[in-house]
Design a protein around this ligand. Structure first.
Ligand SMILES: C[S@@+](CC[C@H](N)C(=O)[O-])C[C@H]1O[C@@H](n2cnc3c(N)ncnc32)[C@H](O)[C@@H]1O
Length: 223
């Protein structure tokens, strides 16, 4: 067994509660799946996918993401019930070889990882040339995101989260040698809508490509 990072321990203790959010919010969940699926789609041709911090497999399962990395055994057990191939591990030290995957996906997990630069360097290492990454995040610039951020200390799920806004994530990705190419956001409502960009929506995501090796962008700024 691996040592659980603090954020993963919180999820391990409340796996069932986390998982049922998706049943209680089925309409929003379907819209999130649609949003992520559209971003992942062009990367599938490059090679198999790896979701990092895959939780209970609510995305890896229906989206057919080939491998799920998850530190929490309790979260991973739910994912296995969804026929997801789960490997226990942490983002900062991926137990995979160079260029094994066509893409990686961090779906509301990057905000829990203290050493993002290391996690993204690892994601880059396991990704094939021409491949990329999809990062979904709760947008601190949205009204609901700002509320979550203000009250996160009292929330067992979000206490360890550092919520992004688009420009911060753009910078983090570019520093790690990725080039963001499309942003999408979900506007919660009785009938949720998806639009381009990441400004007022709470659930947002970006697809970025690996910068070509040897290019200035591939070197990032090392931060
Ligand atoms: C908000 S949940 C997201 C789960 C899933 N991706 C989803 O969208 O339902 C965040 C997940 O990140 C995992 N996590 C926390 N720290 C991590 C780390 N250092 N490496 C990989 N995963 C981590 C947690 O255990 C948890 O399952």
């Amino acid at each position: 067994m691996i040592e659980l990072p603090p954020a993963a321990a919180a999820y391990d203790a409340r796996a069932a509660e986390y998982d049922t959010w998706y049943d209680r919010n089925a309409v929003l969940y379907q819209a999130e799946l649609e949003l992520v699926d559209a971003l992942v789609q062009p990367l599938r041709a490059v090679g198999p996918g790896l979701e990092i911090g895959a939780g209970t497999g609510r995305f890896a399962g229906p989206l057919g993401i080939d491998v799920a990395l998850e530190p929490s055994p309790e979260m991973g057990a739910f994912a296995r019930q969804r026929d997801v191939q789960v490997i226990e591990g942490v983002a900062e030290e991926l137990p995979f070889g160079r260029a094994e995957f066509g893409y990686t996906a961090f779906l509301t997990s990057l905000c829990f990882i203290p050493d993002r630069a290391r996690a993204l360097a690892e994601a880059r290492r396991v990704t094939r040339p021409g491949g990329g990454i999809v990062v979904a995040f709760l947008n601190r610039a949205s009204e609901l995101g700002a509320q979550l951020d203000a009250t996160k200390e009292d929330d067992p799920f979000y206490a360890d989260a550092s919520f992004f806004i688009r420009d911060e994530l753009d910078e983090v990705l570019r520093s790690a040698g990725y080039i963001p190419e499309v942003w999408a956001q979900l506007h919660p409502a009785e009938k949720p809508t998806i639009s381009d960009g990441a400004d007022t929506g709470l659930y947002c995501a970006v697809r970025a490509r690996l910068a070509p090796t040897g290019s200035q962008a591939a070197d990032g700024d090392g931060s």
